[in-house]
Design a protein around this ligand. Sequence first.
Ligand code: S3P
Length: 173
Amino acid sequence: MKNIILIGFMGCGKTSVGKRLAQTLECDFLDTDELIEKEQGRSISEIFATDGEGVFREMETQCLKNLLQKDDSGFVLSVGGGLPIREVNRELLKKLGDVILLHVTPDVVYKRLRNDKTRPLLQDKNPRGRIVDLMNARKTFYEDAATHVVEVSDRSFEEIVREILNINRKEQP
Ligand code: S3P
């Protein structure tokens, strides 16, 4: 199978959709945040607090490069919401497989993440405004990185998974 890469804003469902896809396809599920936390032995929040966002973005690029070296293909990968903002990352993503953008509205993200404490970029007095601003700033990067766009707001989990499986089936070499 061609690798499936899920991109999209925080809270769009990359992890839960990715895990279900991997279960159905009987392949590995990987997540860049998890790989970085494991490698660093500390949480994303700690990395942001100690080293800053720039260092974290470097770690994301290195993580993609490591994944490209993996000779066994056939995995579902979920990447951090800000990873596609770097051009080098967008190029690496396309080399890795089908890049599926899970498109979500700011309202859905706000409802899901308003009490979340694990996303350093959303620890703001006005999280809703922050979500809207970040989404606007990232829109073109997401669209540029994606090979396919799947709408997730107001759709069932099953529908989303089915649509991605269909895309992946059609893309087989
Ligand atoms: C970030 C998204 C997070 C995580 C970090 C930064 C972002 O991942 O990488 O907090 O810049 O959007 P999720 O998209 O999995 O929440």
